[in-house]
Design a protein around this ligand. Structure first.
Ligand code: 6PG
Length: 246
């Protein structure tokens, strides 16, 4: 079992409602702290389906006029495609919260040149800012231990300097756009949102075994909070050993 820095908190909740409310409270605090300290809140949203339950809880309670919204990753699709992470966020948060479009930095997943799209995304991530580029990175966890689009066995895992890449994901038979470890591990704060029994083995491998792509983010040295349900936590060794998130 890897010795995790004391900065890892695993918060196990019995209901999805309690889980997303705890996560939403964490995001609201992160936003208020960032805006008070630096006048802006720089967040990278997670994709996939789990955040659909969280994002409506963030429509209120965050000053989105002072935010800059990024995405941890994106599929190689346009903004109206049902697979688009941007579309999911637009439907559940960005639209309902009337986040100013100029505050949202979308990956150009529709670009025939995804490498150029990734280079442009890195420029947008760093424009007018200094590291850490993100105040908060929201992430999910795949059953194979991927997070964002950092999939096992892919070239993006080896990237140690570039912040945003296009990457071949053979197991999906497609390309993805993703922030890399330098961008995600360097965030001031990182939160994972993980639910469902299909994530239990990945959670155990990542938290207890220190393996699979998401594990490296847990070892980053900065704070990491995993908001999960009992199903996702069901294979963890001694889940009670983690301190409760405040
Ligand atoms: C994506 C996400 C990906 C996601 C996990 C979990 O684009 O799909 O960035 O990393 O967070 O695959 O997805 P679910 O929330 O759908 O289980």
């Amino acid at each position: 079992m890897p010795d995790h820095p004391a900065r890892l908190t695993v918060l196990v909740k019995d209901s999805l409602s309690d889980l997303v409310e705890a996560a939403a409270a964490h995001v609201r605090r992160s936003a208020a702290d960032a805006i008070a300290a630096r006048g802006q809140f720089r967040i990278a949203l997670a994709g996939g389906s789990t955040p659909r339950a969280l994002y409506p809880r963030l429509v209120a309670g965050v000053d989105w006029s002072r935010a800059r919204v990024f995405f941890g990753d994106e599929r190689a699709v346009g903004p109206t495609d049902p697979q688009s992470n941007y579309r999911m966020a637009q439907e559940t948060l960005l639209g309902p919260a009337a986040v100013p479009p100029e505050n949202v930095v979308r990956w150009r997943g529709e670009d025939p040149d995804l490498d150029a799209a990734a280079r442009d995304y890195e420029r947008a991530l760093t424009a007018g800012a200094t590291p850490p580029w993100l105040d908060l990175a929201l992430l999910g966890l795949g059953p194979d231990g991927h997070t964002a689009s950092l999939f096992p066995g892919t070239s993006a895992l080896a990237e140690e300097s570039v912040l945003a890449v296009a990457v071949d994901v053979p197991q999906l038979g497609t390309r993805r756009l993703t922030l890399t470890y330098p961008a995600l591990c360097g965030a001031r704060d990182v939160c994972f949102l993980v639910t469902g029994h299909d994530k239990a083995s990945a959670m155990a491998a990542v938290v207890d075994g220190g393996r699979l792509p998401a594990a490296r983010i847990l070892r980053r040295g900065g704070p990491v909070t995993i908001f999960c349900d009992r199903d996702a936590a069901s294979a963890l060794q001694n889940p009670e050993r983690f301190k409760e998130a405040t």
